[in-house]
Every structure is written in structure tokens, then in C-alpha cells.
Design a protein around this ligand. Structure first.
Ligand SMILES: Nc1nc2c(ncn2[C@@H]2O[C@H](COP(=O)(O)OP(=O)(O)OP(=O)(O)O)[C@@H](O)[C@H]2O)c(=O)[nH]1
Ligand SMILES: [Mg+2]
Length: 444
């Protein structure tokens, strides 16, 4: 996420920290570089200008210059100001406290509305509440089916009426939900390529009819300033109540995420981090600021791990690792745990200081699958005692897993290197990580 911007800001901060003492000129020069980095990340120029002004006002004060560590102080001011820019505190979605509560989702074509509908439904299900996803996109032939497939995959009820208008479908869905004790109705509306009057009128009519408790706009963070302009227009016409930023897992430059709150005045409530129904997080301005500034986001990482990883197991694994009793069977299990957490790139970005080290290293999930296949072709004894794997065993394993002997050799080599790593620097390097998070150290 935003790796270019993060890299540039880290460089500026490194320079700032390098000065024992800071002069006003040092600060101004650095802030100019910060501003440049923001503009290159496609942040709205007015937002960037005001941001720098605010930071400068606080930074140039004598307090900073005389503090023990002025560089650190400036980084903190930038961080705090960025948190403010992103909205200050976390804003929750409207409570699900009626039968039914209604969330309406709108946005341009391809922004991620249908995917978001499923993501919210899954989140609701995890809170033991019943939701109904409603296909109100009658224009794109595959749209109804797409939502149905997603809904089936997470076992959530789906609603659609053939031959009716979107307004009728939404209206009927809410009546149906009321009768069937459904807690949350999620309306997936149709998008258009560009904002046009017909789409807006349809959305206005649906809104008037269903009176949604939450009117969410999905803004595609890959589209930079365009997303901000789109949000402004939607907000003007529909008074949206929240923004969901989608595709934050891609190589978005950051401009949309950083500017959208300030420009529209509308809170960002959700962050979409991938294509799967589980890839949704509440938007936390402070954590996002930390990620943007390359400080990682340990809090989200721990939460994610707690949701998906068996922490007891992780703890035992950590002990094994550190006492060098880690074998290939454990390795296989760790890969499985890691995969459950979601796209590797997005996990790596949450670990403080790691993202930069990993720059240029490709993490290929297919590599992991190949390694898993090789280990699965070994006997349990071989997994526990890799040193017994001789030439003929290697041939058998290669054949069994559909790989070459060379690939088996490579895996064994990597495994032994990893064992050594844990013996040497592992303990030192990762001692700052919370308990149970050792699996992440394997991403190296
Ligand atoms: N990487 C990534 N892909 C996403 C995310 N959200 C949606 N997508 C993908 O973006 C594409 C469009 O998503 P949809 O949910 O179909 O978008 P939509 O807004 O419903 O599109 P229309 O119904 O055609 O207007 C799909 O291929 C999704 O898998 C996300 O957060 N990250
Ligand atoms: Mg759709």
C-alpha cells in the first residue's frame, strides 16, 4: 500500500533525524520534500498545501527546535497531522439495531460495490446477525449472478426480482426483510462509467424510498484524484454518510485516501484490502497514518492474527522455533496459517520496518504452494528429520509432487537456511513482535 509515498517519506525523515539540531531552514526544506512526495502521490494540491502549513506552524515553534530529539518530534507532528487529515478518530457504520437496518452502496462501475456488499454481509454474519444482499443492478446482465455467487460462497441470503425496476427491487427487499427477521439489508446498486444524471436520479429515488441508515460510497483508491472528484459529486447529490476505500491492497499511490476526507468532509469508514469477502477492515485514521509513514501497523496485524490464526498454536510454534526444534511438518503448518491471513503483500506492509527490507523481493504465493506440495509428498518421518532425505528419497518426492529434484533440493536448502537464521538473528530481530506473531518472520 502506497509504497512509493512511504519510501519517499522515510527518506525525508531519515535525513531529518540525521541532524543533531534543526534549524528553521532544515525544517522548511524537509517539509518541501514532504509536500513534493504528497503531490507525486496524487494528493489534492490544496490538501497538501494546507497540510504542510499546519505542520510547519507546529514544527517551527521554538519548542521543537529546543527539544532533545527535534527530528523525532517532527515525525510525530507529521503523523498527528496526518491522522487529523484522515478523519481523526474511527467512525463506525450505523448500528444494526432495527429489523431491518438498511445500508445502501453506490459508486462508479467497477469500483467494488458488489464485492463490498458481500464483505459487509460476512462481517455482519460474524457478529451473528442475519443479512440480505440485494441485487439492484438490472443493467449489467452478469451483475445479479455475481452477487448471488458471492452470497452463496459466504452463505448469506440473496434477493432479486426479475423484470422489476431497481426502485421496486429495493422496496420489496426491505418488506421481505421485515417479515423474515433480517437484521441488515445491503443494497448493491448499479454503477456507471461516469457520473450521469440518470444514475444519480435513480439513486436519489432509491434513497428517498428506502431511507437508508447508511449510504456508502465505494471509492476506488487506484484512481487517485478522480475518486475524490467522484466522491464530491456523489456527496453533493446524495449526502452520503460514509466512504469505503477499495483496492487499497493494490499499488494505489495514496492520493485518494489522503485527500478524500478533507475534500468531501465525509468520513472514511471502511478499507477494502483485497478481492475476497474477508478482506475488509474498519478504517482507522491513526493506523493508516502509521502505515503511510512506514511505521507499520502492529495493532491491525495482531487483530487479524487473532481472528484467523490459532494463537495457542502460534505460541507453541514460536517456542519450537526458538529452541531450534522446528521441522518441515511445522513449516507446512505455518504456510497454511500465513495463507489464511490474506494477500501476503498486505500483511508485510503492516510489519514495522519490514516493508522496506522486502522491497524488490517478490513474494509469490505459487512458490508457497509448490513448497507445500513437496512437503506433502514426504513421509512424516522425513518431515520430522529432513536430514534422512537422500538421493533416492528426493527422486521419489520430486515425482510424487510433480516437481524436479532440483526444486526439492532448493526447498531443503531454504529450510536449513531458515533454521540457521532463527538460531542467529531471529531472536534478536523479532523480539519486538508481540507473542504469537513469529509466523511472520518466515516471510523472508
Ligand atoms: N484487489 C482488489 N480488488 C477488488 C477490491 N474490491 C473489488 N475488487 C475487484 O474489482 C473488480 C470490480 O469489483 P465489483 O465489486 O464487481 O465492482 P462493482 O462496483 O460492483 O462493479 P459494477 O457492478 O460493474 O459497477 C472485481 O474484479 C473485484 O474482484 C479490493 O479491495 N481489492
Ligand atoms: Mg456490481
Amino acid at each position: 500500500m502506497f509504497s512509493n509515498l512511504t519510501d519517499k517519506l522515510e527518506l525525508v525523515f531519515k535525513k531529518i533525524r540525521g541532524h543533531g539540531k534543526l534549524s528553521e531552514k532544515n525544517i522548511k526544506d524537509s517539509l518541501r520534500e514532504v509536500r513534493q512526495a504528497l503531490l507525486e502521490a496524487d494528493v489534492n494540491y490544496k490538501v497538501a498545501r494546507d497540510f504542510i502549513k499546519a505542520v510547519e506552524q507546529k514544527a517551527v515553534g521554538t519548542q521543537v527546535l529546543q527539544s532533545i530529539d527535534p527530528g523525532q518530534q517532527i515525525v510525530k507532528i507529521v503523523h498527528d497531522e496526518l491522522v487529523t487529515l484522515l478523519g481523526g478518530s474511527t467512525e463506525a457504520l450505523a448500528p444494526i439495531d432495527k429489523t431491518p437496518t438498511v445500508y445502501m452502496i453506490c459508486g462508479l462501475q467497477g469500483s467494488g460495490k458488489t464485492t463490498l456488499a458481500a464483505k459487509i454481509a460476512l462481517l455482519t454474519k460474524r457478529k451473528n446477525k442475519k443479512s440480505l444482499v440485494v441485487a439492484a443492478d438490472i443493467y449489467r446482465p452478469a451483475a445479479v449472478k455475481q452477487l448471488k455467487v458471492l452470497a452463496d460462497s459466504i452463505q448469506v441470503e440473496h434477493f432479486h426480482l426479475e423484470g422489476k425496476t431497481p426502485q421496486e427491487i429495493c422496496h420489496e427487499a426491505i418488506r421481505y426483510a421485515g417479515k423474515n427477521f433480517i437484521d441488515l439489508v445491503i443494497l448493491d446498486t448499479a454503477g456507471r462509467l461516469h457520473i450521469n444524471d440518470q444514475m444519480m436520479t435513480e439513486l436519489e429515488e432509491i434513497k428517498a424510498l428506502v431511507k437508508p441508515d447508511e449510504l456508502l460510497l465505494v471509492a476506488d483508491s487506484m484512481t487517485g484524484q478522480d475518486a475524490v472528484n467522484v466522491a464530491e459529486e456523489f456527496h453533493r447529490r446524495l449526502s452520503i454518510t460514509g466512504i469505503a476505500l477499495s483496492k487499497l491492497d493494490g499499488d494505489a499511490r495514496g492520493g485518494a485516501a489522503i485527500s478524500i476526507r478533507k475534500v468531501t468532509g465525509c468520513p472514511i469508514k471502511l478499507a477494502s484490502m483485497g478481492e475476497k469477502p474477508g478482506d475488509l477492515e474498519p478504517f482507522h485514521p491513526d493506523r493508516m497514518a502509521s502505515r503511510i509513514l512506514g511505521m507499520g501497523d502492529i495493532v491491525s496485524l495482531v487483530e487479524k492474527a487473532q481472528e484467523t490464526v490459532d494463537l495457542d498454536k502460534a505460541q507453541k510454534m514460536q517456542e519450537k522455533l526458538l529452541s531450534a526444534q522446528f521441522d518441515l511438518e511445522d513449516f507446512l503448518e505455518q504456510m497454511g496459517q500465513l495463507k489464511k491471513l490474506g494477500p501476503l503483500e498486505s500483511i508485510v506492509g503492516m510489519i514495522p520496518g519490514i516493508s522496506r527490507q522486502l522491497k524488490g523481493i517478490q513474494i509469490d504465493e505459487r512458490d508457497m504452494e509448490r513448497m507445500a506440495a513437496i512437503i506433502k509428498s514426504m513421509t512424516i518421518e522425513e518431515r520430522h528429520h529432513p536430514h534422512i532425505i537422500d538421493g533416492s528419497r528426493k527422486k521419489r518426492i520430486a515425482l510424487g509432487s510433480g516437481n524436479s529434484v532440483q526444486a526439492v533440493n532448493q526447498l531443503l536448502k531454504q529450510f536449513s537456511a531458515m533454521q540457521k537464521m532463527f538460531d542467529n538473528i531471529g531472536k534478536k530481530k523479532f523480539k519486538g513482535l508481540p507473542k504469537g506473531l513469529m509466523p511472520f518472520s518466515m516471510i523472508r
